[in-house]
Design a protein around this ligand. Structure first.
Ligand SMILES: Cc1ncc(COP(=O)(O)O)c(C=O)c1O
Length: 364
């Protein structure tokens, strides 16, 4: 079976790289807020090209506290897309604001041409989601946000290391929010998240809010919570950050092979990667005819493919009672299929592409 995802590492890597680092932490006893957390933050900020990076316990908390740091809450509207992981919209609801969904383009990303139509006096922020590791049309989105004086919070959960016009994601808006969940390209060993910003006040707020609102051991400044990145995770993430570019390079190579082999199948449409975008392929999504049958056929042939996302956010129970005009989002959600991309061999990619080809030959 070719699993959709395989997060295990080799015994050699564990013994040589992970285990000695964990041993050092265990012997130091610094299980909460070890020096490795700060080191990871500093290195992550440098990697992205932002002034500050503040590590939290999840990408979801990154979004929630990013919104809170801008004072967004009851009565405010925040624009985002419906074809994201539910956390994007949940974070908006969680701070008491209302998510407003805008339609997507054929690349599955926020359609900047439809943005103006959903902006109101209540709009306080836009959350573009760099789905798959592809980057949204940030020039267009930024210039609209500027015109209306609206902040941008990037949902960069899936796009660590992705580049648009020479800049990494997480540096286009006021705040960038990343997930460090084990399935992400910068993959932790438990939940984790990190925020990037150039704004000093936001960085101070985030450092306090993740730690009860304390400014030092005893003095509290604001109401906070416990949302720190745990030290074990920081140790592993620090190491993985040093190999991230090579891991991304492997994914890109696999994705290029897929694209090469699939481009001649007329029932398969590839995502169009603009020349000024460095796409890091958190997921490799194709748009296909007869999607559900193809997915079943692949499974029968030992290939696990997934759908991102089978239920759009606005179709989930807490959201579905309102009216939404998301024609392209709904149309595309019926055709998309995500192929396995992590840790798979050239032979496996060839097998998957041949199986897709065979499916369309027999289903003509
Ligand atoms: C687009 C997007 N936003 C937010 C999140 C939430 O991140 P986390 O799972 O770390 O809370 C995810 C994680 O799957 C995601 O894919």
């Amino acid at each position: 079976m070719i699993d959709y995802v395989n997060l295990g590492i080799s015994e050699e890597e564990y013994e040589e790289e992970i285990s000695p680092r964990l041993k050092e932490l265990f012997l130091s006893g610094q299980f909460v807020y070890a020096k490795q957390v700060e080191e990871f933050e500093a290195n992550f900020a440098k990697y992205c090209g932002s002034k500050y990076a503040i590590a939290l316990n999840s990408g979801t908390d990154a979004l929630i506290f990013a919104l809170k740091s801008l004072g967004i809450g009851q009565g405010d509207e925040v624009i985002t897309v419906s074809n994201s992981f539910i956390a994007t919209a949940n974070a908006i609801e969680y701070v008491g604001a209302t998510p407003i969904f805008v339609d997507i383009n054929d690349n599955l990303l926020m359609d900047s041409l439809k943005l103006r139509a959903v902006i109101t006096k209540k709009t306080k922020a836009i959350i573009p989601v760099h789905l798959m590791g592809l980057v949204c049309e940030m020039d267009e989105i930024n210039s609209i946000a500027k015109e209306y004086n609206i902040d941008i919070i990037e949902d960069a959960a899936q796009s660590v290391g992705s580049v648009y016009k020479g800049k990494k994601t997480g540096t286009f808006g006021k705040i960038g929010c990343f997930s460090l969940h084990p399935t992400k390209n910068l993959s932790g060993i438990t939940d984790g998240g990190i925020v990037t910003t150039d704004d000093k006040d936001i960085s101070i707020y985030l450092k306090q809010v993740r730690n009860h609102g304390l400014i030092d051991r005893d003095r509290q400044n604001i109401i906070g919570r416990v949302s720190r990145l745990n030290s074990l995770n920081a140790v592993v993430l620090s190491y993985r950050l040093t190999i991230l570019d090579s891991l991304l390079g492997k994914r890109i190579k696999t994705a290029n092979l897929y694209s090469q082999l699939l481009k001649s199948i007329k029932e398969v449409k590839l995502i169009d990667v603009p020349s000024d975008v460095y796409h890091t392929y958190h997921t490799y999504i194709i748009k296909v005819t007869n999607r559900d049958k193809l997915q079943q056929y692949l499974l029968e042939h030992g290939i696990e493919a997934k759908i991102h996302y089978p239920i759009l956010i606005h179709q989930q129970k807490p959201y579905k009672d309102k009216y939404y005009n998301l024609k392209n989002t709904e149309k595309l959600s019926l055709n998309i299929l995500t192929l396995p991309i992590s840790n798979i061999t050239t032979k496996e990619v060839e097998y998957i592409c041949n199986t897709i080809n065979n499916f369309y030959k027999i289903s003509i």
